[in-house]
Write a protein that binds this ligand. Structure first.
Ligand SMILES: Nc1ncnc2c1ncn2[C@@H]1O[C@H](COP(=O)(O)OP(=O)(O)O)[C@@H](O)[C@H]1O
Ligand SMILES: [Mg+2]
Length: 217
């Protein structure tokens, strides 16, 4: 997998939120995007995850131009099916149990089959096997983040996009979820792009992009 962004800008309502962003991410990279609140991290991740589009500039995902993908709904959904997303916009559904929540992407994307073996391995690896029948409200913040990570990984994505995955966690749980992401990156070679402002966390990733006022330093 390869990701290349060249001279990307995003304007919203006359305001420039991302300016002249260029970056490259390769297969198996574990990348942090760091910067203060309001600096544009979520806006950039949403473009990377094909949730929104830039105003100008280029974003190539495996050589494919994202603006062209948005013109073809089949191509776009195929592409989205290869990406796992962990963010506040993908919260757990309260009236589904944990197992149903984790498997939700496979109900929506019916072309992709989740084997029982893969599912069982993943819930054990993420230490959530004992809560599959529970409802989301009964879980702690750390458990919820592990379930969100599990759901993001359930379709075996080639890339995981995580927006502040440790922001609501105490240090122990933050390190725990980071270590689980690092293991998935190491073992499955899943490319990970994570926004965070937690120094202890981003210092451990191999590549760090610092963003301020919409520009990369
Ligand atoms: N849809 C939108 N409409 C107006 N302003 C927006 C919108 N999305 C983001 N912004 C603004 O863009 C800036 C960057 O936001 P965001 O990407 O959420 O930053 P971060 O994730 O780093 O906190 C902020 O000033 C925010 O208010
Ligand atoms: Mg944000």
């Amino acid at each position: 997998m390869s990701l290349k962004i060249n001279n990307l800008f995003k304007d919203v309502k006359g305001k420039t939120i991302l300016r002249n962003i260029s970056l490259e991410v390769g297969q198996g990279d574990f990348v942090s995007i760091v910067g203060p609140s309001g600096s544009g991290k979520t806006t950039l991740l949403n473009i990377i995850a094909f949730i929104s589009r830039q105003s100008s500039g280029e974003y190539l995902f495996n050589g494919a131009d994202n603006q062209a993908l948005f013109e073809n709904s089949d191509d776009l959904s195929n592409c989205r099916g290869t990406i796992g997303i962990m963010s506040s916009i993908s919260d757990l559904i309260p009236n589904l149990n944990i197992k149903e929540n984790i498997l939700l992407p496979s109900y929506i994307n019916r072309d992709l089959v989740v084997t029982d073996l893969y599912y069982e391995n993943l819930v054990h690896k993420l230490n959530i096997a004992n809560m599959q029948e529970a409802r989301p409200y009964s879980l702690s913040s750390g458990e919820k983040q592990r379930v969100l990570l599990c759901r993001a990984m359930i379709l075996q994505p080639i890339m995981l996009v995580a927006d502040e995955p440790t922001s609501n966690l105490d240090q122990e749980n933050a390190v725990n979820i980071f270590n689980m992401m690092a293991d998935l990156n190491e073992q499955r070679k899943t490319t990970i792009i994570m926004a965070t402002h937690d120094k202890k966390i981003y210092e451990s990733t191999r590549k760090v992009f610092k963003i301020r006022d919409g520009s990369i330093d």
